[in-house]
Design a protein around this ligand. Structure first.
Ligand code: PLP
Length: 457
């Protein structure tokens, strides 16, 4: 087979500033062993997130110049609206400044006390918006999805039997909606099958429950359906995406993911009365209905990005890049989550650093080691991010200790990815030298963004 090449060439570049292990040692100390506190210029390869970090195309930059900044009735809005209507089949489109703003509007109206939202896995901002409204979120991930090393096609699926049981227990009248996150971000970027979407739809319909998609990575999910699910190999990504959305009553989306934009999001719906309520709230919190929280140029860049994300040569390269890194690490016995997800590769820090107990944060220790050794910035998804304390002040650990390497879209080339793999392998060879960490200062909520740590000896 021939090498799968990047389906783009480079017109404009940004420099990477090289630094040494000694310099990074000092920088890491200054940042209190918290990679969120580093300056981006001190990072060589930044795999902190795939959100808003995509490289825009020349067509998108041209669209930025063409953006219509009219307060009302902007041409760029109509371009944006038409594109989203075509993909989702949903008549009502509400632009927001990012995904969480769409969630905030939706759950301010549909959430509230004694209500439940069921999901394969709610993303953290979605869960936060649900809980902030007084409602509760419940994750019902399929069993395959819970096993980090099991290779299966659709590890993002919702457990249909558990959904049925929860509906019986809670009562359909208390369930605000079911949300399927595609792909399942918090579950490793694993896809949801069309069969699962259809089954969720059927149950929701039978019980008169709303069904929404959290569609941030709809194109990556559609590509997995095309390549892994029977009957879809010959269908276009657009056709598959249209079928996915056809089962849903509405969707929220962050354009910072599968729209190649640096900022933006939207809410799309089929219900006219609910749309009216959402637009009333939009005007107070975001802006007029034809721009929401965005500039005309953002709307234009998103409309163009939504077309580009569905190009098969792009998705082929995108999904293959994740597999490439994942396989390289797996072949060298590095513990990774398998199979590769759509937007990231996850290291299993508990297995990588068995000598570091969970209360010394092996994931964070590994993330720091990757920065020290090779200037790579990743993010811990484990007890540093999600850990809580019991009444005695002891850590209640998270279920997994992972380090996520999220790959920005169209930003890094194969040699960057090769370098990342080399650094991880070198760190793996001297893993016994890595030491645990202790938190010395932390905020009550979302502590991982600001907490300070020290290295233990
Ligand atoms: C990023 C993300 C969101 C929130 O979007 P923002 O644009 O960051 O506000 C919601 N759901 C999922 C699955 C995401 O990945």
């Amino acid at each position: 087979m021939q090498t799968i090449i990047e389906p783009f060439r480079i017109k404009s570049v940004e420099p990477i500033y090289f630094n040494t292990v000694e310099e990074r040692t000092a920088l890491l100390k200054e940042a209190h062993h918290n990679l969120f506190l580093l300056k981006a210029k001190d990072v060589l390869i930044d795999l902190l997130t795939d959100s808003g970090t995509s490289a825009m195309s020349s067509a998108q930059w041209a669209g930025i110049m063409k953006g219509d900044e009219s307060y009302a009735g902007s041409e760029s809005y109509f371009h944006f609206e038409e594109k989203i209507q075509t993909i989702t089949g949903m008549p009502y489109v509400i632009p927001t400044h990012q995904g969480r703003a769409a969630e905030k509007i939706l759950f301010s109206i549909l959430g509230g006390k004694n209500k439940y939202v069921l999901s394969n896995t709610l993303f953290d901002t979605t869960r936060a918006n649900i809980e902030y409204s007084g409602a509760q979120g419940i994750d019902l991930l399929c069993d395959e999805g819970k096993d980090t090393s099991l290779v299966a096609n659709f590890k993002g699926n919702l457990n249909i039997q558990a959904l049925q049981e929860q509906i019986n227990v809670l009562g359909s009248e208390n369930i605000t909606m079911v949300v399927l996150t595609v792909t399942n971000n918090s579950g490793g970027g694993q896809p949801v099958s069309m069969a699962n979407i259809r089954a969720v739809r059927a149950i929701c319909k039978a019980h008169n429950i709303l069904f929404y998609l959290d569609a941030c990575r709809f194109a990556e999910n559609a590509y997995f359906i095309k390549t892994r699910e029977d009957g879809y190999a010959d269908k276009s990504i657009l056709t598959i995406a249209q079928e996915m959305f056809s089962y849903a009553d509405g969707c929220t989306m962050s354009a910072k993911k599968d729209a190649f934009a640096n900022m933006g999001g939207f809410l799309a719906l089929r219900d006219e009365a609910l749309t009216k309520q959402c637009r009333n709230l939009l005007v107070i919190t975001e802006g007029f209905p034809t721009y929401g929280g965005l500039a005309g140029r953002d709307l234009e860049a998103i409309a163009i990005g939504l077309d580009e994300i569905m190009e098969e040569s792009y998705l082929h390269y995108r999904i293959r890049s994740m597999e490439y890194l994942c396989n390289k690490l797996h072949d060298a016995d590095v513990p990774v989550m398998r199979p590769a997800g759509g937007h990231a590769v996850y290291l299993d820090a508990k297995k990588f650093l068995p000598h570091i107990p969970v209360h010394e944060y092996p994931g964070q220790a590994l993330a720091c080691a990757l920065y020290l050794h090779g200037g790579i910035r990743s993010v811990e998804i484990g007890s540093f991010m999600f850990g809580k304390y019991n009444v005695f002040g002891n850590l209640i650990p998270a279920t997994h200790e992972l380090v996520r390497l999220a790959i920005p879209r169209r930003v890094y080339t194969q040699s960057h990815i090769d370098y990342v793999a080399e650094v991880i392998l070198e760190v793996f060879q001297q893993k016994e030298k890595i030491k645990g960490l202790q938190i010395i200062e932390e905020a009550e909520l979302l502590r991982h963004f600001t907490a300070k740590l020290i290295q233990l000896n």
